[in-house]
Design a protein around this ligand. Structure first.
Ligand code: FDA
Length: 509
């Protein structure tokens, strides 16, 4: 144990956390970031930092004995997942009965493992989801700021139309067209200049070598290359990896956070206590909500309200796949970076935004795979078990039904128009067309304007803030990281001006 003090402590190193640390540091505030995962810079025995999807090893998975890939089977055969040694790998799947949540672990959070799709939500839907946020300000100032900070770029259209690596997207686009649906190009944070050099054999392959959900060795502009690099460049930010915040209690004008340290094999190295004036929670929807729920339920922050743990949703995520006819091959060579979406969000009964995702198996599969984002009004609630000290999620299987209904209406239409059927063999041993029991997009738990004020200040306490996906109430209609980044930009600007800098000035005088 030690008695370190920092003016600002940030839990997590994902989107909300990285934005917050950078802006604090630029304003002159010394900041410590805590990350339960590893700093992913050291190569393994194969000379690579990350492993690919086709031959996953312990680097792939957060403390499990087997990998837990989203598309877990092929012809119902258990040929995707591999036994691994329990280790602080980069992709976690947290299982809560009827719902599992995927999350990145490591310095950079979800930016290390996600599809990189950088999508700005519809103005009208953002207004509906976050009614107290000024959308003019978001679209005029914070989305552009977030996109610049994240180094968002788009695929070259002419290259896209000709390359073998995106045949799967073009085939799916044609079939969407037959069903009367248009597609939109999706921006990304993968460097498409790098991808073209990969295709030309002039740069080491990553997206074109089946790397994505277990990290990319090249090309990906994850937060460690963007916001976090800039934050560290100020000289005022320190990142402590393999440091997990486990408890919060008030202290003087701020908080003391109890931190468990471990090594990458999970061996406990001890506990630290770190005091701070301003505490920013950026552990993601799950990480942040768990810390606050524990603080409320164990009585260390007894004034926390009932809203902590409420308003959670999986962003209506449903995965599904169609079997194409033999005359429509999708290609042996598939880029792991998705670039097209089918936008049917205007459908009044069954709004769907379906992203065309790859099956980078290295062989022809004739599969079109999709991540559908639907509008599911159901919400889950987090619970806390005092005996185990762990968080649970109240989410019944039936709560995924509205999402599946919309996905089914949409993809039935696609199948009818193309004379095709679903693939029933890809999501585990029993035949099923829709995977509705996991999400990549956990949202909510500490909702803006309910558990916090309109800028992420936790109700009932001073100097305590939520900065991440926990603020968004369960649904966004598109992939969330650009919005999480933009909202963090908005909130930290206000909090710096009204809370952090005045406190620093008072100290000096
Ligand atoms: P985020 O989860 O990024 O970061 C939280 C960090 O805090 C993690 O590093 C975690 O280890 C750490 N942490 C948690 N609790 C802690 C504690 N107690 N102490 C210390 N550290 C703690 N989105 C998108 O917009 N486009 C896309 O293409 C995709 N694709 C996609 C694919 C996959 C496989 C996944 C898993 C996710 C996506 N996403 C996505 C979702 C996106 O990655 C996600 O919404 C954001 O990463 C969430 O950002 P946050 O800042 O909320 O937390």
């Amino acid at each position: 144990r030690d008695g370190a003090y920092v003016p600002a402590l940030v839990v997590g190193t994902g989107y909300g956390a990285a934005v917050t640390a950078l802006r604090l540091a630029e304003a002159g505030v010394r900041t410590l970031m805590l990350e339960m995962g590893q700093l992913w810079t050291r190569p393994g025995p194969d000379g690579k930092v990350f492993c690919g999807m086709l031959a996953p090893d312990r680097r792939s998975t957060w403390f499990r004995r087997r990998t837990a890939a989203p598309m877990a089977s092929f012809l119902w055969l258990d040929v995707v997942d591999r036994p691994v040694e329990p280790y602080a790998g980069v992709l976690d799947r947290v299982d809560f009965g009827a719902m599992s949540v995927y999350a990145g672990r490591g310095v950079g959070g979800g930016s290390l493992v996600n599809g990189g799709m950088a999508v700005v939500p519809r103005r009208s839907y953002l207004r509906e989801v976050l009614p107290r946020v000024d959308v003019r300000e978001m679209y005029g100032r914070y989305f552009p700021r977030a996109r610049a900070g994240l180094r968002v770029n788009g695929v070259d259209r002419a290259w896209f139309e000709g390359t073998e690596w995106y045949r799967y997207s073009r085939v799916a686009r044609e079939q969407a067209g037959r069903a009367g649906h248009g597609t939109v190009f999706l921006d990304n944070v993968y460097d498409f200049g790098h991808m073209r050099r990969e295709a030309a054999g002039k740069a080491p392959k990553s997206a074109l070598a089946t790397e994505l959900i277990y990290g990319n060795n090249h090309g990906r502009m994850s937060l460690d290359k963007t916001y976090l690099a800039a934050a560290l460049g100020t000289g005022r930010v320190t990142v402590a990896a393999l440091h997990r915040a486990v408890a919060i209690r008030p202290h003087a004008d701020g908080y003391v956070v109890t931190v468990e340290r471990s090594d990458a094999s999970g061996r406990r190295l001890g506990t630290r206590e770190i005091a701070c004036r301003h505490l920013f929670l950026g552990g993601g929807s799950l990480g942040t909500t768990e810390l606050l729920l524990r603080a409320r339920e164990t009585g260390t922050l007894p004034r926390l309200g009932r809203e902590i743990g409420e308003g959670w949703g999986p962003n209506g995520n449903v995965m599904t796949a169609r079997a194409n006819l033999p005359l429509h091959p999708t290609g042996c060579h598939q880029s792991t970076v998705p670039v097209l979406g089918i936008d049917a969000w205007d459908d009044p009964r069954h709004p769907v935004f379906a992203e065309i995702t790859p099956v980078p198996a290295g062989i022809e599969t004739w599969i079109s795979l999709y991540l559908a984002i639907t509008r599911n009004p159901e919400r889950g609630t987090f619970t806390y078990d005092r005996r185990t000290g762990r968080m649970g999620l109240r989410w019944e299987h039936g709560q995924s039904k509205p999402a599946v209904r919309s996905a089914r209406a949409f993809f039935d239409r696609m199948n009818r128009a193309n004379g095709t059927d679903y693939r029933y063999d890809l999501f585990g041993p029993r035949p099923r067309a829709f995977a509705d029991d996991f999400t990549y997009h956990p949202l909510g738990g500490c909702v803006l304007g309910r558990a916090t004020d309109d800028y992420g200040r936790v109700k009932g306490y001073r100097h305590l803030y939520v900065t991440d996906g926990a603020l968004i109430p369960g649904s966004l209609g598109v992939n969330p990281f650009v919005t999480i980044t933009a909202l963090a930009e908005r909130n930290v600007e206000r909090v710096l001006r009204q809370d952090v800098l005045p406190a620093a000035r008072r100290d000096r005088s």
